[in-house]
Design a protein around this ligand. Structure first.
Ligand code: ALA
Length: 412
């Protein structure tokens, strides 16, 4: 295991004070904080080798191209893909979902076909499929959840059929923290010939992932949730699927030859990377991956399990606090949605902010799930590699204060 205190020293923002209190950042599911090495890499890029890539033969252009393409190889290793050409850079996870829905989806989903989702999906892994289904007169089908918010595999098996063309599910819920058993899901989906698209945005930052072991067909994630800069997403896809898909956007870099009236597209992955990409932030993403590799993803998960066990024990002792999602660390990541009896989530967010504590409140871009739970919203505390048990204690103290300030009496 790594030393959390020493990790914290690498994150300059954690030295900040908010409202006269040391910052307690419990909103890493929204975006993670960045280590100094990532911040420095952006200044280094712009100070020493800023140039456009894949275009010129001058030294700066070559250096920038090598760094950019080098990050693709780092990603290939990080997710254990079989080939770096299967790694496509996008702006974020949302763009990766849209890319697959509008290319692979339009090619393969026809009238009467079905797309299977879970009720846990973030709007970004729902609306692109909703629009595709509307366009094609296809149907969205939802599997059931267990009482504690886990994906029920028996229900997945029942809802799959020869009509199912795509199964799109998150690896980890950004609301309930649920970890979805993707490997078992892939096996079931492949039996009926469906492809599996995994939204890895909340999962990959927190656990070791091998796309080959998960046996999924597409896997998307965002670097800003795993110590990297904003503006870099990744779509991994099996080469044979990516090769058969049309481009998503058209323009420079995605071509091999152009005539006045026709074009031959570039090979994968560049076929999907039209225009000048976000070079600096891709470079910074490589440094973020180096940082995580150094910590060890097994250790990252172990640290999170320890925090989850601690939080589950402490939160369950608070009168009137409802925790949503799995009550076992084995089935969840460090994302805790909760409500405190009689206190509106927005009021909670405001009161804890007065103590320097950052949490997210609201529907978390999961309105259908909130409707299923019959909730207007929740407060959410989310952890990462720099989170400590004493920060969880500070949150609990602030919640107790919130209850007093808002004048509500605790009741179970
Ligand atoms: N999807 C991010 C979250 O859950 C923004 O907060």
């Amino acid at each position: 295991m790594f030393d959390v205190d020493s990790v914290r020293r690498d994150f300059p923002i954690l030295g900040r004070e908010i409202n006269g209190r040391p910052l307690v950042y419990l909103d890493s599911a929204a975006t993670s904080q960045k280590p100094q090495a990532v911040i420095d890499s952006l200044v280094d890029y712009y100070s020493r080798y800023n140039a456009n890539i894949h275009r010129g033969i001058h030294s700066l252009g070559e250096e920038a191209t090598n760094e950019y393409e080098g990050v693709r190889v780092k990603i290939k290793r990080f997710i254990n893909a079989s080939d770096a050409h299967e790694v496509v850079f996008t702006r974020n996870t949302t763009e990766a979902v849209n890319l697959v829905a509008t290319t692979y989806g339009r090619q393969h989903v026809l009238a009467g076909d079905e797309i299977l989702l879970s009720p846990l999906e973030h709007h970004s892994n729902l609306i692109p499929w909703q629009i595709l289904a509307q366009e094609r007169d296809a149907k969205l089908v939802y599997c059931d959840l267990t009482e504690d918010g886990r994906v029920c595999l028996e229900s997945v098996a029942k809802k799959l059929s020869k009509r199912t063309k795509i199964v799109a599910m998150t690896l980890t819920s950004n609301v309930l923290g649920t970890i979805v058993p993707i490997k078992a899901l892939s096996a079931l989906a492949h039996e009926v010939g469906a492809v599996v698209f995994v939204d890895g945005a909340q999962g990959l930052p927190h656990m070791p992932v091998s796309v080959q072991d998960l046996d999924c067909d597409f896997f998307a994630f965002s670097m800003h949730k795993m110590l990297g800069p904003t503006g870099v997403g990744v779509l991994w896809g099996r080469a044979k699927l990516l090769e058969a898909m049309p481009p998503y956007m058209y323009g420079g870099n995605m071509i091999s030859s152009v005539w006045r009236d026709r074009v031959i597209y570039n090979q994968i992955p560049w076929k999907f990377e039209a225009g000048t990409p976000n070079i600096a932030d891709v470079v910074g993403s490589g440094v973020a991956l180096d940082y995580l590799v150094k910590l060890g993803m097994d250790n990252v998960r172990e640290h999170e399990i320890e925090l989850c066990n601690y939080a589950l024990e402490k939160f369950s002792a608070i009168d009137g606090m409802t925790i949503y999602g799995p009550h076992s660390a084995a089935h969840r990541a460090g994302v805790f949605s909760f409500n405190l009896n009689g206190v509106h989530a927005h009021d909670l967010g405001q009161i804890v902010n007065e103590e320097g504590i950052a949490i997210r409140v609201g529907h978390h871009c999961c309105q259908p799930l909130m409707r299923d739970l019959d909730l207007p919203g929740t407060a959410r505390a989310s952890f990462y590699v720099y989170t400590t048990k004493s920060e969880i204690d500070l949150l609990i103290t602030a919640l107790e204060r919130a209850r007093k300030v808002l004048g509500h009496v605790a009741c179970r």
